[in-house]
Design a protein. Structure first.
Length: 167
């Protein structure tokens, strides 16, 4: 009986430790092949530093194209509504506590989503607008790496400006 209790306790500890060892925040998921390896590595370091300092997620994902079924849904809902819903669903799935950005190559679109608590204080709608302007300025010139890194700088600046303790 004594050994069984120890075995159960050890098993529980290992399960809990496994969740701690999970990689979070997740690295940039660049299925759409927007960014160079070097920019992705820089972005991942920046995302980790933001998380460590502000305890806020920054999740960046890209897709190359929508499936035929997704295009049909987008046509029915409208592009803006479709991508807004898609990012909300993904953020909920991730348990987002911060900012989520989705880039799509075909159709060309980006969508920024914040969880409600983050939007109240740490990253407002005005901050989202600034972020979008920085990304678009670089993406229009096909400087995707610069857009990604400028965008992360904008997120970090907003978190710094909006944090209570001005870290």
């Amino acid at each position: 009986m004594f050994r069984l209790k120890h075995l159960l306790v050890l098993t529980c500890l290992l399960i809990l430790a496994g969740t701690v060892w999970a990689i979070y925040p997740p690295p940039v998921q660049d299925a759409g092949k927007f960014f160079s390896m070097q920019a992705t590595e820089q972005a991942n370091k920046k995302i980790r530093a933001i998380y460590d300092k502000y305890k806020k997620d920054v999740v960046v994902e890209t897709i190359s194209s929508l499936t035929a079924e997704q295009i049909k849904q987008m046509d029915e809902e409208g592009k803006a509504k479709y991508f807004r819903r898609r990012t909300q669903d993904r953020a909920k799935e991730l348990g987002l506590n911060g900012v989520y950005i989705l880039f799509s190559k075909k159709p060309q679109h980006y969508q920024i989503h914040m969880d409600p608590e983050t939007q109240k204080r740490m990253f407002t709608v005005a901050d989202r607008k600034i972020l979008g302007e920085k990304i678009v300025a670089q993406f229009r010139e096909e400087r995707f790496d610069a857009g990604l890194l400028d965008g992360l700088d904008a997120i970090e600046a907003a978190f710094k400006a909006n944090s209570a303790d001005k870290k």
